[in-house]
Design a protein around this ligand. Structure first.
Ligand SMILES: Cc1cc2nc3c(=O)[nH]c(=O)nc-3n(C[C@H](O)[C@H](O)[C@H](O)COP(=O)(O)OP(=O)(O)OC[C@H]3O[C@@H](n4cnc5c(N)ncnc54)[C@H](O)[C@@H]3O)c2cc1C
Length: 634
């Protein structure tokens, strides 16, 4: 195995992917310079200094134990035992034993802890970029496993608001918050979110689950059915339900914490039972776990159907404010969907590179052939595009959370402007990141199967699992259409374009090298056209605006990503005297915006073939070697 040190800083010589047999048993953080560079940009310097070793350690354990366990858990799965032998409900998920190993490895590394509480060796918690970087690394191994990990942090984001509050359930919710964010596996519990009912997932306002108040303030009993419940037996599940006489639609929904075991059974931390699937000491809550879904992928997370039968539930926040609170969790989940997609793409790409470097056909390794070189450059460019957009969204999300939460107690006077900016950018970039990267992850996983040839389609090779796992990414946390409609909503309600336009302008203005200046001029034209399209859609009838919503989200992604890649390319020239990223930016602009005769087939250009070593194997390129860039529309 390669030494960690080879990868940590700048890559001096191209990476030799052919030294590996597959995209496993290596360190997912250390082996990926594109990931490292993009993640580093999102951290304050001092935080990254602390976090870098942690991420490398996580990359190591994810690339070995967690990746190995993922293969076995995918094959053997978990089992739901709804009834015991006497016919009594037991709602017991018999987890694969390796799941406990994975859970312990991750939670004891602070994945749901360090952004809420100071980790060992620090006085303060880290910003949210840290957990999002961790989730990306984990997603190289197992998209299903990452789902409960993500929902645990998401539930904590909501519950943290009520710690030390005068909310009637503050003490209770604080206990759950502590369990969700514990670094000690024995004390740790997991989170979940139950929204979807049979009659509506996208249409959450159609929820029919009811919440009857009890004699105790803040304590309710839930009745109804939830149709898709991932991490079904989580102790810290948040669910939406309607109180008596509440209005119809989302305005009438309240948020509740519905535990696996009732509070009389003791503190949620008394037993690690629920999060590890065993029965905890407390009395079971009044609900029935009907069955687990027989899913295409993401086998590591048990997704099932739940009937609430007067289940004990604790009101979270104000009544009828549930949809808004759930949206807070959803912002995080959607962003982790994007980091999950990026991690999945990274793994698919890695498997493809290893295969292309080791498989011989017609007397050469297949990476020697121009078409395969072009395929891999396309995949690498897509990956770095997804990385740039997702971690830009992450940066603004982390900034929003930093203001929203407690990290910036001494924020300067301009705090409210900063807060507003971060909120608008986060609200606009997150749904686009979720929509675009999910589809890109499916495409990348699908093509990776092809790169592996027949083996790529066969169980036991990572690619077929990556494809099965990635297919859910566009569906859960909101489908592509629903997210595109959300983009329209954010533009109309929040005027988020007011913050987006300067972001793009600043990135394009950064272009200083003549090569990048030419690329920026091409993107500038598209940026102008995109702004006109946004302004025009804002005055259109709803029906027409909806018809164009996905086109608009695609356009925003392409323009913003092109600008971000150009900015990063200029930074790499300034800081490291390396023009590799300029090639990535060029290929992105060329493939997205070029208006070429005969689709470019006759133009004589072959950038992927000429620069394969730099782009795919992370070789460096001197800025002097950048050829005179031809604007893409020449
Ligand atoms: C493996 C898995 C795990 C899941 N886990 C959870 C979970 O833990 N908790 C949870 O709450 N849910 C969960 N879900 C449910 C998931 O969030 C929903 O399936 C998803 O939001 C879509 O809802 P739906 O199935 O009702 O489809 P529908 O809402 O019926 O959508 C069907 C189609 O109609 C389209 N559509 C809907 N409205 C519009 C519109 N206005 N304009 C244009 N097109 C539209 C959609 O894009 C989609 O293509 C899970 C789903 C899966 C597959």
């Amino acid at each position: 195995m390669w030494s960690v040190l080879i990868y940590r800083d700048m890559v001096e010589t191209p990476i030799e992917y052919g030294q590996h047999e597959e995209g496993r048993h290596l360190n997912y953080w250390d082996i990926d310079p594109a990931l490292r560079a993009e993640v580093e940009r999102t951290y304050p310097d001092a935080e990254f200094e602390w976090a870098e070793d942690e991420l490398s350690d996580l990359g190591e354990v994810t690339g070995h134990t967690i990746a190995d366990n993922a293969e076995i858990i995918d094959r053997e799965g978990h089992e739901l035992r709804t009834y015991d032998k006497h016919g009594e409900i037991q709602n017991h998920v018999q987890y694969h034993p390796l799941q406990h190993e994975n859970d312990e490895l991750v939670y004891e590394r602070g994945v749901t802890h360090d952004v809420f509480h100071a980790p060992p060796g620090r006085d303060d918690p880290l910003g949210f970029q840290h957990v999002l970087a961790q989730q990306t690394v984990l997603s190289f191994a197992d998209g299903g496993f990452v789902c409960p990990v993500s929902m645990t942090t998401g539930a904590a984001v909501v519950l943290e608001k009520y710690v030390d509050d005068d909310h009637p359930n503050a003490d209770l919710l604080s206990e759950y918050f502590e369990g969700l964010t514990s670094r000690d596996y024995d004390d740790h519990i997991e989170g979940a979110m139950f929204l979807t009912e049979k009659q509506g997932g996208s249409d959450v306002g159609a929820n029919e689950t009811t919440a009857e108040p009890t004699d105790e303030e803040g304590i309710y009993e839930l009745s109804g059915e939830k149709w898709f419940c991932s991490n079904i037996d989580a102790e810290g599940t948040l669910a939406l339900a309607r109180r008596p006489d509440a209005p119809e639609g989302t305005a009438g929904l309240s948020l509740f914490l519905v535990p696996h075991t009732k509070r009389d059974g003791g503190s949620p931390n008394d037993e690690a039972g629920a999060s590890d699937g065993g029965l905890s000491a407390g009395e079971l809550n009044d609900q029935l776990y009907r069955r687990l879904k027989d899913k295409l992928g993401t086998i590591a997370v048990p997704t099932g159907e739940v009937e609430f039968r007067g289940a004990e539930a604790y009101l979270v926040g104000e009544p009828e404010n549930g949809f808004k609170l759930m949206a807070e969790m959803m912002n995080f989940e959607r962003l982790t969907n994007a980091t999950g997609s990026v991690g999945g793409m990274g793994r698919s790409l890695l498997e493809s590179k290893v295969q292309a470097a080791t498989r011989d056909a017609f007397g050469e390794t297949v990476q020697q052939y121009p078409l395969m070189r072009r395929d891999l450059v396309n995949m690498q460019t897509d990956y770095e595009a997804a990385l740039a957009f997702t971690f830009e969204a992450t940066r603004h999300y982390a900034d929003y959370m930093r203001n929203e939460q407690r990290l910036d107690a001494d924020a300067p006077d301009d705090r409210s402007d900063r807060e507003a900016r971060a909120f608008k950018l986060m609200r606009l970039l997150v749904p686009i990141a979720k929509y675009k990267t999910a589809r890109m992850a499916v495409d990348t996983a699908s093509y990776a199967c092809e790169v592996l040839g027949g083996n790529g389609y066969v169980n036991g090779f990572a690619t077929e699992r990556m494809l099965r796992d990635s297919q859910v990414l566009p569906i859960w946390e909101g489908t592509s259409n629903v997210l595109s409609l959300d983009v329209l909503r954010v533009l109309n309600r929040e005027a988020a374009h007011e913050e987006l336009f300067p972001l793009v302008e600043d990135s394009l203005d950064a272009a200083d090298h003549p090569h990048l200046g030419d690329l920026a001029a091409t993107v500038e034209e598209e940026f102008t056209a995109m702004q006109e399209a946004m302004i025009s859609l804002a005055t259109e009838e709803q029906e027409y605006a909806q018809h164009e919503a996905k086109q608009l989200a695609d356009y925003i992604f392409d323009v913003v990503t092109a600008a971000l890649l150009i900015e990063r390319a200029q930074d790499a020239i300034d800081e490291r005297d390396d023009a590799r990223k300029s090639l990535v930016a060029e290929w992105f602009v060329e493939t997205r915006f070029a208006q070429q005769d005969a689709r470019g087939i006759t133009d004589g250009e072959k950038l992927p073939d000429d620069h394969f070593e730099e782009i795919v194997r992370h070789g460096s390129l001197s800025p002097d070697q950048l050829t005179e860039a031809a604007p893409a529309d020449d």
